[in-house]
Design a protein around this ligand. Structure first.
Ligand code: CA
Length: 220
């Protein structure tokens, strides 16, 4: 899972990025509206955190632009405390949720988890596949209740597949959703991560669909 933060306050942006990385996400940051617009329209994200007051292009304009362009990624807007008209404009402009500044990091994380979960069609907080369970809150994976230790990339691959379980996900799609922008992307490494995940999970949950990609399903 991969998230874009569009926020011009450097300290706040870094704080958010750190918390999200610890939560198991790949994170990109944009410090102005222009950069945010470029990234949102060229990269693939599972959610965007959007500040409304931004240099170059303001958040509300960006949001409307994305929705007009068919960019349907869930957007969480950051609004000024007590500014009800910002919330209303944001929701009307296509935002999926909002958090008022100053906020607690836990609240942003919880709202993002909920947005990502809903966007992938899940209503329960726990992602399960037979004995395999992924807890997005703690960024932890267990098989039969026994913790499985994963690297951050392995976790992102598994999390993406679990959010889209039952569907075939291509290597390119996985690559797009597990790396931050500018990182050394090699689609062959997805194969390596899948191989390691299979060994660590023990049970063959991840199926290779020849020429198409991977699918996670309950073995049986
Ligand atoms: Ca701002």
């Amino acid at each position: 899972m991969r998230i874009l933060i569009v926020e011009d306050e450097g300290a706040l942006s870094r704080q958010l990025a750190t918390a999200l990385k610890e939560g198991g996400y790949a994170v990109d940051c944009a410090a102005d509206g222009e950069r945010g617009d470029f990234l949102a329209q060229t990269e693939r994200y599972d959610a965007i955190v959007l500040d409304l007051g931004l240099p170059k292009i303001d958040g509300l304009t960006l949001l409307r632009r994305w929705r007009d362009a068919g960019v349907d990624v869930p957007v969480l807007i950051l609004t000024a405390r007590g500014s009800w008209h910002e919330k209303v404009q944001g929701i009307d402009g296509g935002a999926d949720d909002y958090v008022a500044k100053p906020f607690r990091m836990e609240e942003v994380l919880a709202r993002l988890r909920a947005l990502i979960r809903r966007a992938s069609g899940h209503v329960t907080t726990d992602l399960r596949c037979g004995a395999l369970a992924l807890d997005p809150r703690a960024a932890k994976v267990t098989v039969n209740g026994v913790p499985v230790k994963l690297t951050s990339h392995e976790f992102r691959v598994l999390s993406y597949l679990m959010h889209h379980r039952g569907r075939v996900v291509s290597q390119t799609e996985l690559t797009d959703h597990i790396y931050a922008e500018g990182s050394d992307r090699d689609s062959n490494t997805v194969e390596v991560f899948i191989g390691r995940l299979r060994r660590k999970l023990g049970v063959p949950y991840i199926e290779t669909v020849r020429g198409m990609g991977y699918r996670i399903e309950e073995p049986g």
